[in-house]
Design a protein around this ligand. Structure first.
Ligand SMILES: [Zn+2]
Length: 316
C-alpha cells in the first residue's frame, strides 16, 4: 500500500510517498516551487505525484489556510491568489484517485499521532511555530475539525488587542508574538534598545539585520542577552499554550515548526512559565510539552494519511 502526501508551503511543495502502516518511513521524496495562483497548482501537484514512483492508492494534501470538509481551500494568508479553490475535487477528477485536502497543521498533528511524539495519545495538542502558528487538536484519538472544518487556528486568538497588525486583518494575534516572526520582532526591539550586542555583531553590526537565527546561535554559545530574548518569546508561547490547555485539557503538547530547532533553548523556560500561567498549575497533572519528532516532513507524512481509513479518513 502506497499513499502520497503533499505539503503546500508558501514557497515550496514537499511530497512524500509512504506506506500508511509505517508512516514514519519515507519511501520517496520530492519538492517543487509553489506556483503563484490556484490555476497552476493542480498541474504542479499532479506532476509531483507522478515523480514519486508507482501509482499510489490515494493522495492527501496539506495547505496553510482554511480548508472546509469538502477539501475546498477558502483562503490562505500566506498563499498568493488562491481563494475558493476546490482542490480535492480537481485532484480527484484529474488523477482518478481518492484525494483529501486539509489544513497543514492538522496534517502535522496526524503525523505525530501516527508515528511521532503523540503516538498513543487520545487527547493531544500539536502546535507548529513557524512564520505563523498552526495547530492540530487530537480529541478522542482523531482530529477535532469543528462544524466547518476550521477548528485549530489558535495563531489568531488575540493576546493583545492593541498589538501589531496580522495578515489576517486583526491586531495582536498570538502568532504575531510567539512565532518566528514574533522572535524577529522581539530581537529587533532588543537590538534597537542596545540589549543584543553579540547577536547584532553576528548579523554584521546593523541592528536592523538581526534575525531569529542570530539570536539562537548566540544564545546557544552562552550569550545571556540573547537567551533573555528567547525567554521573552517563551513567555508568549507559554501564554497561548496556557489558554489552550484551559480549554482543551490535552495529555501532551507537541511543538513543531521551524522554532523547534531551538527547542533546547526555549522549552525549559516555556514549561516554567506555562506552569505559572495555566489555571491551577500547581495542582493539576503535568502536561508534558515536547518537541515534534518527524521534522520538516511531518506535514507531508500526515497528508499521506488523510485519505487512509482509521487515520484522517475515518472521521470526515
Ligand atoms: Zn491573525
Amino acid at each position: 500500500m502506497r499513499s502520497i502526501g503533499l505539503d503546500v508551503g508558501g514557497t515550496k511543495v514537499l511530497g512524500v510517498a509512504v506506506d500508511p502502516r509505517d508512516p514514519a518511513t519515507v519511501l520517496a521524496e520530492g519538492r517543487v516551487p509553489t506556483p503563484d495562483g490556484g490555476d497552476g497548482l493542480v498541474d504542479t501537484l499532479l506532476e509531483l505525484v507522478a515523480s514519486l514512483g508507482p501509482a499510489p492508492s490515494s493522495i492527501g494534501v496539506g495547505v496553510p489556510g482554511l480548508v472546509d470538509r469538502s477539501g475546498t481551500l477558502h483562503m490562505g494568508p500566506h498563499l498568493r491568489r488562491m481563494h475558493e479553490v476546490p482542490l480535492a475535487r480537481l485532484l480527484s477528477e484529474r488523477s482518478g484517485l481518492p484525494a483529501v485536502v486539509d489544513n497543514d497543521a492538522n496534517c502535522h498533528a496526524l503525523a505525530e499521532l501516527a508515528g511521532g511524539a503523540a503516538v498513543g495519545s487520545l487527547e493531544a495538542l500539536v502546535v507548529t511555530l513557524g512564520t505563523g502558528i498552526g495547530a492540530g487538536i487530537i480529541s478522542g484519538g482523531g482530529l477535532l475539525r469543528g462544524a466547518h472544518g476550521f477548528a485549530g487556528e489558535p495563531g489568531h486568538m488575540v493576546v493583545d488587542p492593541n498589538g501589531p497588525p496580522c495578515p489576517c486583518g486583526k491586531r495582536g494575534c498570538w502568532e504575531r508574538f510567539a512565532s518566528g516572526t514574533g522572535l524577529a520582532r522581539l530581537a529587533r526591539d532588543a537590538a534597537d534598545a542596545g540589549r543584543l550586542g553579540a547577536a547584532v555583531a553576528l548579523a554584521g553590526g546593523d541592528p536592523e539585520d538581526v534575525r531569529g537565527e542570530h539570536v539562537t546561535a548566540t544564545a546557544r554559545a552562552g550569550d545571556a542577552q540573547s537567551q533573555s530574548v528567547l525567554d521573552e518569546l517563551a513567555h508568549w508561547i507559554a501564554l497561548g499554550l496556557a489558554n489552550l490547555v484551559n480549554i482543551l485539557d490535552p495529555a501532551v503538547i507537541v511543538i513543531g515548526g521551524g522554532l523547534v530547532e531551538a527547542a533546547d533553548l526555549l522549552l525549559p523556560e516555556v514549561r516554567t512559565r506555562f506552569a505559572d500561567l495555566v489555571m491551577a498549575g500547581a495542582v493539576r497533572p503535568e502536561v508534558p510539552i515536547v518537541p515534534a519528532q518527524l521534522g520538516e516532513r511531518a506535514g507531508a507524512i500526515g497528508a499521506a494519511l488523510l485519505a487512509v481509513p482509521d487515520w484522517g479518513g475515518g472521521d470526515r
